[in-house]
Write a protein that binds this ligand. Structure first.
Ligand code: R5P
Length: 297
């Protein structure tokens, strides 16, 4: 039967883009919640012998993890030959160690559940800080895609004199790559997190940002405090313009308002939809699937 694409949750539009870019057929999935909050999922097309790709960014995490697990099980029982997860935003990656005695390391739990139900998995710029590779927690082939090319294209099209700023040491991995693709300088700050909403990045120098189009680049914008703090510092140090780019824009409650108060332009990839999601990663996902799937057309 070949490849079929389906989108769950907020990823229905992204799934359409992936299907269009790869020339694959879409299978619609009907999703609803019963009054008590339980999920209902129904595939509205045959899956017999299909290589089924389920596109679903895991945000909100609990709803979408559950939907993925239920959908994968259903697909297999409906005859799909293989079931593949594309989770551009991979939730539950930040609790990657027991920071305090007694804590659950939820990244391992979720990786275990996904590995049980899917044959392989793709994600985009996951939060790999204390793990070096997804292989440390996934038992299935798990491929990491990078949005650096798509982000660099956006910067090259929109800004004349960019300098890239990473808010913490971990951000060096993506900030350095994007800066190279833009032929722009970059700097990386040091961050101290006091609580989930109290965070401070230090080490930005006026010489690096004065008169330039400053781009603060992070993997996730969640509460927005990391991004807002650095954007304000860049402005105070004389930046000509300030832009915040997040690969995955989660925007927890109050984040959009706080970020808009900085006066910055906020841009994200469409791994999570929303008004800032201007960078399309559907071609990146389609290209990776085309290389790997058996019947790629
Ligand atoms: C953490 O190290 C990540 O790379 C991000 O900096 C973090 O998730 C951003 O979170 P928030 O928007 O809540 O400051």
């Amino acid at each position: 039967m070949g490849v079929r694409i389906t989108g769950l949750g907020h990823s229905a539009k992204l799934a359409q883009g992936v299907a269009r870019a790869g020339g694959w057929k879409l299978v619609q999935a009907e999703e609803k919640q019963f009054p008590d909050g339980e999920d209902y999922i129904r595939f509205k097309g045959s899956l017999r012998a299909a290589e089924l790709v389920i596109v679903n960014s895991l945000y909100p995490p609990n709803d979408e993890v559950m939907a993925c697990l239920i959908a994968a099980d259903a697909a297999r029982s409906l005859g799909a030959q293989s079931v593949i997860l594309v989770a551009p935003y991979l939730a539950y990656m930040r609790q990657d160690k027991r920071f305090k005695p007694g804590e659950a390391v939820s990244s391992r739990t979720i990786a275990g559940l996904i590995s049980e139900k899917f044959d392989r998995m793709y994600t985009v710029d996951p939060h790999l800080h204390r793990y070096n590779s997804l292989r440390e927690i996934y038992n299935i082939p798990a491929r990491v895609l990078h949005a650096d090319g798509a982000i660099a294209n956006w910067i090259n099209r929109k800004l004349d004199n960019p300098v890239l700023v990473g808010p913490d040491r971990e951000s060096r991995q993506w900030v350095s790559k994007v800066a190279k693709l833009c032929g722009a300088p970059f700097t990386v700050m040091q961050k101290k997190r006091f609580s989930s909403i109290h965070v401070q990045s230090r080490g930005l120098d006026a010489k690096q940002v004065k008169g330039r189009d400053v781009v603060v680049l992070d993997d996730i914008i969640s509460s927005g405090h990391t991004m807002a703090g650095v954007l304000k510092q860049a402005l105070n140090l004389g930046a000509a313009s300030i832009t915040g780019i997040g690969v995955h824009g989660l925007f927890a409650r109050g984040a959009r308002r706080m970020l808009s108060a900085t006066g910055a332009k906020i841009i994200t990839c469409n791994s999570v939809p929303g008004s800032s999601a201007r960078i399309d990663i559907a071609p990146l996902i389609a290209e990776a699937l085309m290389k790997d799937l058996h019947d790629a057309a």
